[in-house]
Design a protein around this ligand. Structure first.
Ligand code: FES
Ligand code: FES
Length: 156
């Protein structure tokens, strides 16, 4: 076995406000490190190639598809997963609008919306529409999801 494959590298990252250290292989993918090593199974694998958005997390408050990120790239970064947004405003508004059916895509949509709030706190309708193109839902008409997201950005 080559030393490249067997080598482990230390990574320190803040996950949902807790500093975590782990030793990983260079090729380890962040989505699977979060799920398999930290038990954070809210982030889902829908395609493993960056198309569906179900694995979306926040890295330094920006949305990122965790199936496309190496764990080693997360060293020193601040990671937020859906578990870190429990009872958040975005999650509650999705629930109020019943913006899900099977719910498989929902964590990714919620994370992406939280990221949108971080990047564009006053997003207009066109910005919301384009932003949501990075997430796929296989169950709904998207109508409920769009209602929920518009509600998030409607001044109260
Ligand atoms: S699993 Fe990452 S984008 Fe589909
Ligand atoms: S609610 Fe099932 S994939 Fe979106």
């Amino acid at each position: 076995m080559s030393s490249y494959n067997s080598a482990l590298y230390p990574v320190e990252m803040e996950i949902n406000s807790e500093v975590q250290t782990i030793r990983i292989r260079a090729a380890d993918i962040l989505l699977y490190t979060l799920r398999d090593k930290f038990g954070l199974t809210g982030s889902k694998s829908g395609c493993d190639n960056g198309d569906c958005g179900s694995c979306t997390i926040l890295v330094n408050r920006q949305p990122m598809k965790s199936c496309l990120m190496l764990t080693i790239e997360a060293d020193g970064k601040q990671i937020t997963t859906i578990e870190g947004l429990m009872n958040s405003q975005v999650q509650n508004i999705f629930a109020q609008h019943q913006a899900f059916q099977c719910g498989y895509c929902t964590p990714g949509f919620i994370m992406n919306c939280e990221g949108l709030r971080n990047v564009h706190p006053i997003a207009d309708e066109e910005t919301i529409r384009v932003w949501l193109e990075s997430n796929i839902c296989r169950c709904t008409s998207y109508e409920e999801i769009h209602h929920a997201v518009k509600d998030i950005f409607t001044p109260k």
